[in-house]
Write a protein that binds this ligand. Sequence first.
Ligand code: HEC
Ligand code: HEC
Length: 477
Amino acid sequence: MMKVRALVSAMLVLGCATAVMAAPKDPNMLPNLFPFPNPSGVLRTFSTTGKLDMTGPFFQDLGTNGRTCVTCHQPGDAWSISAVNVEKRFRESHGRDPLFRTNDGSNCNHDINTSTEGGRRDAYSLLRTRGLLRIAIDVPAGAEFEVVRVNNPYRCNETTTLSMYRRPLPSTNLRFLSAVMWDSRESSTQTGTTPIAFPHDLSSDLTHQALDATMGHAQAATPPTAQQLQQIVAFEMALSTAQAIDAGAGTLSRGGATGGPESLSTQEFFLGINDPLGFNPFGTPFTPVVFTLFTDRWAHTPDTARQARRRASILRGQTLFNSKPINIVGVGGLNDAAGLPLIPGTCGTCHDAPNVGHHSIVKALPNGNIVGPLNIGVSDVKGILDTRYLPVITLRNKSTGQELSTTDPGRALITGKWADIGKFKGSILRGLAARAPYFHNGSAKTLKDTIEFYNTRFTMGLTATEKEDLAAFLSVL
Ligand code: HEC
Ligand code: HEC
């Protein structure tokens, strides 16, 4: 352990994040729990298959533009991509890495010049600086709204197919998912996929997702075979990823702590396992104590005074996550769906899955509303977050004439419903330190920024220490 820690801290000092990639003896096999350094420690992935076979179809070029799944789902970036590492790939390849393709990697797919490095630097600016891919979705037929205009700083102003900019979701820890994609479009009757229901079966949605990703992101001419799709899904479903070592607090899975990917791989989960609206299938009541990874014993048995301070801060952060009161108001998909203008809650009201932290169930209410995807204001045009780098999409309600502007209609482009504008799923809160920036549109550059957002959005009144403690806690997940 000392050895790994020494190696890692040396690499942190050198700022050398990819050097460890060269270390595995067999280039085709990534050993289980292989250490990937990130700005606050070390991330590891555990596979129930014992190792990660890097020759399978997840790693194969199944399309026409040189991309594979791993192009955008990198093991060291918690199987997403961090903006810092995208910029590094741009620099090293002069913008020629297959990540940089104009179908969805550039800000727009027309009126751009990618023949020079400077041209590519401009064309891929959102990908380089925020790790964003362009997601183009057609306005569904029969939508309750029409598009009045699109004001896209990068010229993709079409109003029938809208261009949005979103972060790759991690292709790990998938067995916990209650919906696939930010707008749940791979778990939706509208797209011919299946809402995930109890008992939990994700395989058809993930198979459909892998097919769409190959045809879309990789521009395949022919679809992958059923066997390749099945292998991709089996590979992804075996993975558990989490921060394993914190540079300050030390190892996160010993001495009374159950951080890290191995514990995560044994974490119990079923749809609705912990639900504040009472959808636990066995009637078990909701608990706001969502995270139980760090204990007093762990905090009080450090090796050094520095470790003691950091562990205490992490433990306080966990307690804040589990108990700090939040007056939840104006959240589309929650307050309106439940018919409660004010819900006294905590972080765990929405991030309720034990030790995972996404919403554990997506459920249709008797009144027809769906609980799950939420509008907390991340895609607002003049909201708390600076979204000036994003397009402004103005929509008009066909029956009321009301107009509304957003940077991303989210779930509404799948259901066609006015009420679903700006709704996104809450993502899994593991491996966060490895995959900045945050939120679907990368509008929070750091974990501290996500906390500042909540502090303002829900007038939480967090002190400077509380913000630091919460950020410390999120960074070791
Ligand atoms: C060009 C980049 C890119 C490539 C290549 C790519 N993805 Fe993705 N992936 C994304 C983005 C962006 C999202 C989120 C999009 C959204 O929700 O609208 C995503 C989402 C996902 C999700 C959803 C996870 C969740 O929490 O809902 C899975 C699973 C996934 N990708 C697997 C794959 C697989 C398998 C492949 C290869 C067949 C692949 N991806 C190729 C960019 C990419
Ligand atoms: C009212 C519901 C709600 C509450 C309360 C809430 N969240 Fe969230 N959270 C969400 C949703 C929804 C998203 C995804 C939003 C998006 O990207 O559009 C999210 C995203 C996040 C992310 C970014 C994850 C990523 O992959 O980019 C972090 C970090 C986070 N929340 C932390 C917290 C913390 C800490 C608290 C308590 C202070 C909290 N949340 C309270 C609903 C909530």
